[in-house]
Design a protein around this ligand. Structure first.
Ligand code: SF4
Ligand code: SF4
Length: 306
């Protein structure tokens, strides 16, 4: 990281363009020295933690099976002392989706109000599990509304990003998937992927676009670029299409095996997020703290942009 950031800082000076660094980590190996480095280089830190111990330890364990919760919380406390603030990333699957509101309350209790919630796209979501999205996202929306009504600012990507999209009257072309174009993923082996979420175990040759030590496979990249977007027939007439991320190539790939074909889990999750955001927007449109929260995105005062 030191080498890469040093190199990019040089480019930043040459180009005169400001560069923003974000690091997401499971936090277990954070040290005072690493945090000092992040502080000096103005790196935004996001720690992956799935919720309170009984949620987090279900899926985030060491090789010996022991849950990592206690270590992660200790490191979060250290990081908050050192950096002043950080963001958290909670991944949920069919086994933990029920706990999302409790997870959000837990984060605010430990002083982390900037929360990213992401469904585990590589989990198996059957009909019984994805059918819960709309109800649970609405519960999250109600919790979000309550926070603002009680004077507590909170940022949840699931809600904030959809509100921003609604205010913009839909995703713009520049918001959409740019995998293999401006977005790339690099594995420790040097293998190149179109998006970091497609690296996985670094063993999928059909998605690998070459290696930094050899070359970029232009033929494969061309074929991938042709398969960005969405080709589900049912989406063509859907009321929510302009607010829907049915074009996220990695999510589509994990759900259907095709980067441009989405599945019912994504459809339910997107509908749920759109309806939840709409509910928040209408409920809080006269809440000053909420309006100020969204103005801060406009003026880029915070390190978190959905
Ligand atoms: S595949 Fe999804 S996460 Fe990756 S660049 Fe495209 S929209 Fe973003
Ligand atoms: S909500 Fe479902 S049907 Fe509508 S555009 Fe999104 S994926 Fe397609």
């Amino acid at each position: 990281m030191k080498k890469i950031i040093g190199y990019i800082r040089k480019k930043e000076q040459e180009s005169g363009k400001a560069i923003c660094f974000n690091v997401t980590t499971n936090g277990t190996l954070l040290t005072q020295t690493i945090l000092d480095f992040f502080k000096d280089e103005n790196v935004n830190l996001c720690v992956s933690i799935d919720g309170p111990a009984y949620v987090h330890n279900l899926n985030r364990c060491y090789k010996n099976g022991q849950g990592s919760f206690e270590d992660v919380v200790r490191k979060i406390e250290l990081a908050v002392t050192q950096l002043g603030t950080l963001q958290v990333n909670a991944v949920y699957g069919p086994d933990t989706i029920e706990f999302l509101v409790k997870t959000i309350s837990f984060f605010t209790q430990i002083g982390i109000p900037v929360i990213h919630l992401n469904p585990n796209i590589s989990s198996f979501w059957d009909e019984n599990s994805y059918i819960k999205f709309q109800e649970i996202y609405m519960r999250i929306a109600n919790h979000y509304i309550q926070c603002y009504q009680e004077g507590n600012e909170i940022a949840i990507n699931l809600i904030d990003s959809k509100i921003i999209v609604m205010l913009k009257d839909g995703y713009q072309i520049t918001d959409m998937c740019s995998m293999g174009e401006t977005e790339w993923g690099f594995a420790p082996s040097g293998n190149i992927y179109p998006c970091e979420r497609l690296i996985g175990e670094d063993n999928n040759s059909s998605l690998c676009l070459g290696n930094i030590h050899t070359s970029l496979d232009l033929k494969r990249r061309c074929s991938l670029l042709k398969h960005r977007g969405n080709r589900n027939e049912e989406c063509e007439t859907c009321l929510w299409q302009k607010f829907c991320m049915n074009w996220c190539g990695c999510t589509n790939y994990y759900l259907t095996g095709y980067t441009d074909l989405t599945g019912p889990m994504m459809c339910e999750s997107e509908k749920g997020a759109i309806l939840a955001a709409k509910h928040v927007l209408f409920s809080l449109k006269e809440n000053e703290l909420f309006l100020d929260h969204f103005m801060s995105y406009l003026h880029e005062r915070r390190p978190y942009y959905p």
